[in-house]
Ligand binder design. Structure first.
Ligand code: NAI
Length: 321
């Protein structure tokens, strides 16, 4: 399995590569070769990470290639993790942020289109992840758009952890939690269908609205406030979970959350990359259909999807789609 990781010398890269190489992503039977894409100024740091990967003597790890050339990095890739991006800096307007990331994700989309393996699966982690995935997919016309996804699994895992903490139920007993919409403060972590030990349970709506939702949606900012830098190990762990479930399948009776290209389900405008409840049997992500959406959920989903539509309009205006 050839796995390309962009932004390999960054914080998430440092937490992610060792998990991949140890077999945490696809299990103990699938050897992995790594392709690390970095900016020219970070190639030395990426070399250092590769030296440490060597020093782990992971039995599953094949060759490691380090490059600043996207065509080389995506050559033959079965999995592409697009982590490197241009984060928002002080005073940066959203339009500037989208333009700066368009300059990264449009060429990377083209490089995936031209070089990756026929079965390539792409996970965009770098923010603004949903719209970056939209840009990459739009620039890879020969790759089915279902092969592109953006990461809301960290939000999903945060929701599991919060519900576990509040109820005392172990994470392993909780199922059918959903993140809807954008990986941003407007996301909607939804417990309407959640189960503990397979059963519906009484849930305090005031806690959900005033504690659970703001805690999950604001967790990234809380971690930056506490750590001084953004979440990295948990983001890497979520990326491992996302790819494992996509390639090996989701557990029977449960679903997970991933941002994928909408087919119009649940009133989410077709073509937007929005988070949904999804399952996989090892092929493409499938949206879980037929869930009831109450008025509160409708409002929250619509608000986050409206933000995605604005982002799409902005990148369309920049000629990135
Ligand atoms: P970081 O700043 O530590 O590392 C980013 C790396 O990407 C740097 O080494 C940089 O040289 C590289 N890079 C930048 N542009 C590149 C390009 N065009 N090609 C290849 N490499 C490039 O950042 P960190 O903490 O690793 O986070 C990465 C991204 O992940 C950020 O955008 C962050 O906001 C996002 N993130 C997303 C989460 C999610 O749940 N979707 C959760 C946490 C972070």
């Amino acid at each position: 399995m050839i796995i390309t990781v962009t932004g390999a010398a960054g914080q998430i890269g440092y937490a992610l590569l060792f998990r991949i190489a140890s077999g945490a992503m696809f299990g103990p039977d699938i050897p992995v070769s790594l392709r690390l894409l970095e900016l020219p100024q970070a190639l030395d740091a990426a070399e250092g990470v590769a030296m440490e990967l060597d020093d782990c003597a992971f039995p599953l790890l094949g060759d490691i290639e380090i490059t600043d050339d996207a065509d080389v990095a995506f050559e033959g890739a079965n999995v592409a993790l697009l982590v490197g991006s241009r984060p928002r800096t002080a005073g940066m307007e959203r339009g500037d942020l989208l333009a700066a990331n368009g300059a990264i994700f449009a060429p990377q989309g083209r490089a995936i289109n031209d070089n990756a393996a026929d079965d390539v699966r792409v996970l965009v982690v770098g923010n603004p992840a949903n719209t970056n995935a939209l840009i990459a997919s739009a620039n890879a016309p020969d790759v089915p758009s279902a092969r592109f996804s953006a990461m809301t699994r960290l939000d999903h895992n945060r929701a599991l952890a919060q519900l576990s903490g509040a109820t005392g139920a172990p994470v392993s007993a909780i199922s059918r939690v959903t993140i809807w919409g954008n990986h941003s403060a407007t996301q909607y972590p939804d417990l309407s269908n959640a189960r503990i030990e397979g059963e519906r349970f009484e849930i305090d709506r005031t806690w959900v609205e005033q504690d659970f939702i703001p805690t999950v949606a604001g967790r990234g900012a809380a971690i930056i406030a506490a750590r001084g830098v953004s979440s990295a190990a948990s983001a890497a762990s979520a990326a491992v979970d996302h790819l494992r479930d996509w390639v090996l399948g989701t557990p029977v009776g449960d679903w997970t959350s991933a941002a994928i290209v909408s087919d119009g389900s649940y009133g989410v405008a077709a073509g937007l990359v929005s988070s949904f409840p999804v399952t996989s049997d090892g092929g493409d992500w499938q949206i879980v259909e037929g869930l009831e959406i109450d008025e509160f959920s409708r409002g929250r989903i619509d608000a986050s999807v409206a933000e995605l539509a604005e982002e799409r309009a902005a990148v369309e205006a920049l000629g990135l789609l």
